[in-house]
Design a protein around this ligand. Sequence first.
Ligand SMILES: N[C@@H](CCC(=O)N[C@@H](CS)C(=O)NCC(=O)O)C(=O)O
Length: 194
Amino acid sequence: MKLIISIPSPYSRKCRVMVRELGLGERVEEAESHPFDDDPELLKANPLGRVPCLILDDGQALTESAVIADYLCEQVGNPWPRDWNDRRLEALGNGLLDLSVARRVEMVRDEGIQSAYWIGRRERGIMRALDQLEAAIGTLATTLAQGPLTLAVALSYLDFRYPESDWRSGRPRLASLLEAWEERLSFAQTRPVG
Ligand SMILES: N[C@@H](CCC(=O)N[C@@H](CS)C(=O)NCC(=O)O)C(=O)O
């Protein structure tokens, strides 16, 4: 299988961490592609032109990190817990990623056309989600599962793109969740740059 990814992409990182944690490194080749370069291989596999994209051995392609993540787990007999609590956490983590990436997209536009409204709206959504997650995360934090992983990737993305953000303040559970993931080799090997 071939996993088309970009190094800074948090959605790609989630899948890359899972390839490593699930022991699929021998079966999944990673290919780097910058989505804004309109690489023909990526566009053929994913008409949306987004990473990650997993090209299966029969040539079919899977898009969406959440779908790829489920597929990777299934390849090794679904060893990770996958109840509704995990899915709930994963959905909030994905939403947090969507807002953080959208905020980033707005902030890299030329200053004259940036929208303070959209930046503020994304920012408020991120903060509300973090507060709710801090209250709800409980013991799930230490579990090797898709929900906590998605959340850890989203928190790490905040550090990557908004180093000035003090999201840890008043949110010790989220801070220790990220700390626990950062100790793992899979996380260190997929650290975003760029
Ligand atoms: N919901 C998608 C989001 C994927 C996504 O937005 N990827 C970004 C990189 S972080 C991308 O490829 N953007 C290129 C574009 O939107 O044209 C997923 O979970 O895989």
